[in-house]
Design a protein around this ligand. Structure first.
Ligand SMILES: Nc1ncnc2c1ncn2[C@@H]1O[C@H](COP(=O)(O)OP(=O)(O)OP(=O)(O)O)[C@@H](O)[C@H]1O
Ligand SMILES: [Mg+2]
Length: 378
């Protein structure tokens, strides 16, 4: 069944008890609020008491913006629901509360994070709150350490791997982050003047080998529950609290992938704010603090942790950050932090600098001993 504004009223009346938020006979006000590509997201409120509201996320059996000719399994929402369960259990308050999940129709009913802003929009506006990356650093550390393979008994580990065997979404990431951007794929695009840099990248055998290695790590490393899409559009800021959303890519994988994506999007923001020194300086601090919060929390939870483990997570994260930066410059999905720059020569300067930095991260992760080394190289 596919939900839309016409069928939702009926659906809500049938599911009201299961969802459990609204009184019987509630009249619903429904508006579509989603700005994403894959799914539809609605805000549902009680007409007479608008403060009673929730958010419904629905996965149609195809990619929403492309239409029914582009099928995509609705199972993606099952993984998002499972991830929300894990997050709510381990780090309550850092994700929306999940009220119900309907696997048949592919609908999650969750807490309405009212008045929340998308973190990416804050960064574009130059608003950089250091508390946010600290919270995300702790969030990642709790989830990663508590689901870390070495910390689980074999039965739990097996269950965890099965529950998060999200191969369909993992293969989308494989294509769009690790493969297509470095081939002549039809979905790639870039600013015209960037052509020489792109061609150089595609023929740089050192780079291509490193990218292939990182793809192997992405496909085979089974370390812990990884959000899989933790960019700055997947974080909502409500007051001074960060809330993580959109976990449909969650899988049991290399935990450094989450750090890498998060850092890459702060780095892209850094380059987009060329000449705004105060903002750039705050973004650098944000990147450093993410790692400090992450490692401090990880060590606190996992007393037997070997330093070597975190160092390897760091190197993976550096490489993944580089590839995420690059695919946002030359692949199918760009970021509005940079796409929004109207002065084309400025945009090109920003993109060229970001592309060079991303390439260095991919090619020489081991030349960065720690997070401050990343910042010093900017
Ligand atoms: N619990 C929530 N409370 C308030 N707003 C929300 C909530 N969940 C999602 N939204 C809004 O809906 C938007 C889209 O949500 P989400 O990213 O989960 O959808 P998506 O279709 O999976 O997106 P994408 O195509 O980027 O993967 C968010 O950016 C946010 O503005
Ligand atoms: Mg999504």
């Amino acid at each position: 069944m596919e939900l839309n504004l016409a069928t939702l009223q009926d659906y809500l009346r049938r599911q009201r008890a299961e969802i459990g938020v609204f009184e019987p006979d509630t009249e619903f006000h429904i508006e579509e609020i989603g700005d994403g590509n894959l799914n539809t997201v609605y805000r549902v409120s009680d007409i007479t008491r608008p403060e009673h509201s929730l958010v419904l996320k629905h996965a149609p059996p195809y990619i929403k913006i492309l239409g029914p000719d582009y099928p995509l399994s609705v199972e993606r929402l099952t993984y998002e629901s499972r991830a929300l369960d894990v997050y709510n259990r381990l780090v309550r308050g850092t994700v929306p509360v999940q009220y119900s999940f309907d696997a048949d129709v592919a609908v999650i009913a969750m807490e309405d994070l009212r008045d929340a802003r998308v973190l990416r929009d804050d960064l574009i506006a130059g608003t950089v709150d250091i508390a946010i990356p600290e919270q995300i650093g702790r969030f990642m550390a709790v989830v990663h350490s508590q689901t870390y393979l070495d910390n689980l008994d074999s039965g739990t580990a097996q269950r965890c791997k099965q529950q998060f065997a999200n191969t369909t979404m993992q293969s989308i990431t494989t294509d769009y982050v690790f493969t297509f951007p470095y081939t002549d794929h039809e979905t790639n695009f870039w600013t015209p003047g960037l052509e020489p840099d792109v061609q150089q990248l595609k023929t740089d055998t050192d780079f291509l080998e490193r990218a292939a290695h990182l793809k192997q790590v992405f496909l085979t490393a089974q370390q812990g529950v990884t959000h899989g899409d933790l960019h700055t559009g997947s974080v909502l800021v409500q007051g001074d609290t960060a809330k993580v959303i959109d976990a449909e890519f969650a899988f049991y994988g290399p935990i450094g992938f989450d750090l890498g994506l998060f850092w890459a999007n702060y780095l892209l923001s850094y380059f987009s704010h060329q000449d705004a020194l105060r903002v750039q300086s705050a973004l650098k601090t944000a990147i450093v603090q993410t790692w400090h919060a992450y490692t401090a929390e990880f060590k606190m939870i996992d007393a037997d942790l070997r330093m070597e483990t975190l160092q390897n997570v760091f190197y993976d994260a550096v490489g993944f950050a580089g590839l995420e930066m690059l695919r946002r410059l030359v692949g199918a999905a760009h970021v509005k932090d940079i796409e929004g720059i109207v002065d084309m020569s400025r945009k090109l300067r920003v993109e060229r600098a970001a592309l060079q930095f991303g390439t260095t991260l991919v090619k020489n992760p081991q030349s960065f001993q720690d997070v401050t080394a990343i910042i010093e190289r900017l």
